[in-house]
Design a protein around this ligand. Structure first.
Ligand code: CO
Length: 228
């Protein structure tokens, strides 16, 4: 049966041959074990492939992706993946990576109904509500990109506060959590400067990251808190 999928299988054969030619024994070595230093938690969006963007080969980055790169404390899928990465693979860096132009974030920002995923995107909607004073005064097209970034910051906090990371830090395992955002328009990753590598860093780093998104100027009444 000839189909468009045949193209993918042919591509795969060419890729495997070229890889083996470039680096003889590549697959044999990789088949023995993986020892990635990095874990990537990103959006399922087809335009944001972890390996290609970061120039990493198979075996170098452990990946978990879902709609709008959300990490929820009751999501056993995400938490199990983080646990495996930290406790078994001993990754040293976990990057939560959002991207501008994220359809999931846009739906949450605009209150669009998309179906079953509305329940999942509720988490992003909650981020929007929590930080609405930092969002509402911005033009709509900017709001979406800023919510993408705030969502990353929130998810970095969620990863850092997970039992997996808290336990790792408690036993002295070196693992840090980072937040990045990817620009679909230029292909560039931006560091949101929310890296955390120990329990004491979580609150100050989280607060400092959020304060980079000012509320609407309202002289005389503004008392900035970390809770909005
Ligand atoms: Co997305």
């Amino acid at each position: 049966m000839s189909s468009e999928l045949d193209v993918l299988l042919a591509n795969n054969r060419r890729w495997a041959a070229a890889t083996e030619q470039r680096e003889p024994g590549f697959f044999t070595r990789l088949a023995q074990q993986q020892s990635p230093k990095y874990m990537w938690i990103g959006c399922a969006d087809s335009r944001v492939p972890a390996n290609e963007i970061t120039g990493l080969d198979p075996g170098e980055v452990f990946v978990h992706r879902n709609v709008a790169n959300v990490v929820v404390h009751s999501d056993l899928n995400a938490l199990s993946t983080v646990q495996f990465a930290v406790e078994h693979l001993k990754v040293e860096h976990i990057m939560v990576v959002g991207h501008h132009g994220c359809a999931g974030v846009r739906a949450a920002m605009r209150g669009l109904r998309v179906g079953l995923a509305d329940n999942w995107l509720r988490h992003v909607h909650d981020v929007r509500l929590r930080h609405r004073k930092r969002l509402d005064h911005l033009p709509p097209e900017v709001q979406e990109d800023i919510l993408c970034e705030m969502n990353v910051i929130e998810q970095v906090g969620n990863v850092a506060l997970s039992t997996v990371i808290q336990d790792a830090w408690a036993r002295g395992q070196p693992v840090s959590v980072h937040g990045w955002v990817y620009g679909l328009k230029d292909g560039l990753l931006k560091d949101l400067q929310v890296s955390m590598d120990r329990p004491e860093a979580v609150v100050p780093v989280f607060s400092a990251a959020l304060k980079r998104y000012p509320r609407m100027a309202n002289p005389g009444t503004e008392t900035d808190t970390d809770t909005d």
